[in-house]
Design a protein around this ligand. Structure first.
Ligand code: CA2
Length: 149
């Protein structure tokens, strides 16, 4: 059976490519979804791609990934990175490989963006490589999937 990778996107990422292109680039979230699917296909993986502005919905999708026996989760928690113990707790609970992705290098930005609650629940973190970070995360996840943390 093909491995399924959940790709979860947090608040405001639906605006990607339409605002602040100097920070986040010109690719839209639909472009990111296509990049993820195109990367996963030759690796024999399926992608579930979602975005939400609601913290609880993201928590529910992390539980869903476990219920559906997904191989791993790639997550850009966006603004919830620096606030969400609920998302961290969900990631710790599901015990599957997790890769945290940020389009920008959060460590070169404002101080308040530097601390990620999510990183404590992540196998690895990619930041500052633009949307290509999602493709790198999926490539690595194809190797990690199935591993227990
Ligand atoms: O660099 C990233 O991927 C971030 O996760 C993006 C978040 C930010 O809060 C994190 O510190 C770093 C912001 C996502 C908002 O996305 C927008 C995209 C286009 C226009 C406006 C917001």
């Amino acid at each position: 059976m093909a491995t399924t990778i959940y790709v979860l996107n947090g608040p405001n990422l639906n605006l990607l490519g339409t605002r602040e292109p100097e920070k986040y680039g010109t690719a839209t979230l639909a472009d990111v979804e296509k990049l993820c699917r195109d990367t996963a296909k030759p690796l024999g993986c399926d992608i579930v791609f979602r975005q939400s502005n609601a913290e609880g919905e993201i928590v529910t999708w992390i539980h869903e990934a476990l219920a559906k026996s997904a191989g791993g989760i790639v997550i850009n928690p966006a603004g919830y990175t620096t606030t969400s113990i609920a998302i961290l707790d969900a990631l710790l609970a599901v015990r599957m490989p997790v890769i945290e992705v940020h389009i920008t290098n959060i460590h070169r930005r404002e101080e308040f963006r530097h601390h990620s609650y999510i990183s404590k629940g992540a196998t690895g973190v990619i930041a500052g490589l633009g949307i290509e970070g999602y493709a790198l995360a999926i490539t690595r996840m194809a190797g990690l999937a199935g591993a227990k943390r």
